[in-house]
Write a protein of this length. Structure first.
Length: 454
């Protein structure tokens, strides 16, 4: 990294950042009371609020959002007439999944092979630490040249929309000239990237019921309607033979014309087993960033352990449908409901419940903010040119902010490059990436302030 005062300051702050990230990762802040106590999220929110207050932020507040979670807000006034930049992260995390598959405890930040491992290290507790590093570096080198608002969400991973609804009810709170969403990542480790598009999503639960209770499979099997078999038929109907997503009436043939994702790189990043084929058709970029994708994320039925020879009378699944830019998530939900009802066999009773929804997002990559970020990335990553990619994940707040503040310039950066394995076991963050992106964000704020001077 080219030596400069900001970069030198960030480098000197990395040990402190590691300590802080260790403290923040220690909170089991899964925003689902069925998985972790609410007190864990509340403690994480207080930690974030205290960190902002210690940095001189004003109006620091724990915002009680409509979904029962807490978001943390703070304001750091800048010079008179300076633009306002909103910095976003979230402190809630995905569940740990199979704890036995973690090589080190998921809620203990662990240094291994040059990376820091722990749930939320990259997604997105590390994103909050990135914001702190950038601001501290600027304060140590002449001051922060913009007014900064920080919002740290408490239920992003659940998709329950608490912060979106709160922002809509308090539209002045998060108003800004530019918004930096610190919840995406570089296309590859060491390759500076901003994310230009996000898929939207809808999350639904499907319950199939066929009888009043389970029945002996020897006495009734063969005629009794098997609820699990019916559910399997429904789920199978959502994919074509090649694995492509099929929802009746939902287009699935768009193409991505930007940065491409070589199949061999994807296989390596996704850790696909030797000989196992990828699903879908078109380029990998088409499949990830331009087309809908359905995933069965959970099934409830009789577990294998302790299973009895019975015909299941009820079965339930949770389905995630990612919706690309250009498609409306609400309309996609209607089509998904209609598809499931149409493809449920044997007149089985089917109940559908929506548990989350968010619209897709497309940024304006020609804005002055992108020019400022490209220059900043060039400083933080010498010899590399900033890339623009899509991301298959969803950040529903982006569309809410874009609708509330149509003149705001929205950029997405972050620590979730492929090696980070976010949402999976053994999530980790690269400390070098944390350092470089913190330098980039600091220089972006300087560049953006300069671009807005009259």
């Amino acid at each position: 990294m080219t030596a400069n005062p900001i970069a030198e300051t960030v480098a000197s702050l990395i040990p402190r950042a590691k300590t802080e990230l260790r403290e923040l990762v220690a909170f089991h802040s899964v925003a689902d009371p069925a998985v972790a106590p609410r007190s864990e999220c509340e403690a994480a929110a207080k930690w974030v609020a205290d960190a902002l207050a210690a940095e001189g932020f004003q109006d620091v507040a724990l915002l009680d959002t409509p979904d029962g979670s807490q978001s943390v807000y703070g304001l750091l006034p800048g010079p008179e007439g300076a633009p306002t930049v909103l910095l976003y992260a979230h402190y809630d995390v995905q569940p740990m999944l199979d704890e036995s598959a973690w090589l080190t405890p998921p809620f203990e930040l662990t240094d291994r092979n040059g990376r820091w491992y722990g749930r939320g290290a990259a997604d997105c507790k590390g994103g909050f630490i990135m914001h702190l590093l950038a601001l501290r570096a600027l304060k140590a080198n002449g001051g922060v040249p913009v007014t900064v608002k920080v919002i740290v969400e408490g239920s992003e991973e659940q998709g329950t929309g608490g912060l979106e609804r709160y922002a809509e009810a308090h539209p002045e709170l998060l108003r800004a000239d530019a918004i930096v969403i610190g919840d995406s990542g570089n296309f590859r480790l060491g390759l500076p990237t901003v994310t230009a598009t996000l898929r939207g999503m809808t999350m639904i639960r499907v319950q199939v019921d066929t009888m009043e209770g389970n029945l002996h499979s020897g006495m009734f099997g063969g005629a009794a309607p098997d609820a699990l078999a019916a559910l399997i038929r429904v789920l199978d109907s959502l994919r074509a033979e090649d694995g492509s997503t099929v929802v009746d009436g939902l287009a699935a043939d768009a193409a991505w014309d930007g940065l491409q994702y070589p199949e061999e790189d994807f296989r390596k990043d996704a850790k696909v087993l030797d000989g196992v084929g990828l699903i879908g058709r078109g380029t990998v970029a088409d499949r990830l960033w331009a087309r809908p994708a359905v995933t069965v994320v959970g099934i409830d039925c009789s577990p294998v352990a302790g299973a009895t020879p019975s015909v299941p009378s009820s079965a339930r699944a949770q389905i995630s449908l990612r919706v690309p830019p250009g498609q409306d998530a609400a309309e996609a939900t209607k089509l998904l409901y209609a598809h499931i009802e149409k493809h449920t066999p044997w007149n089985a009773r089917v109940r559908l419940e929506q548990v989350g929804q968010g619209q897709a997002f497309r940024a304006d990559v020609t804005s002055p903010a992108y020019t400022s970020m490209a220059e900043a990335m060039g400083i933080a990553y010498p010899g590399e040119e900033m890339q623009i990619s899509g991301m298959g994940g969803s950040i529903p707040l982006c569309n809410t902010l874009a609708a509330l503040y149509p003149e705001a310039e929205i950029l997405l950066i972050g620590l979730s490059e492929p090696e980070a394995q976010i949402h999976a076991v053994n999530e980790s963050v690269s400390p070098e990436e944390l350092e470089r992106l913190s330098v980039a964000e600091a220089h972006f704020l300087v560049n953006y302030a300069r671009s807005k001077q009259v």
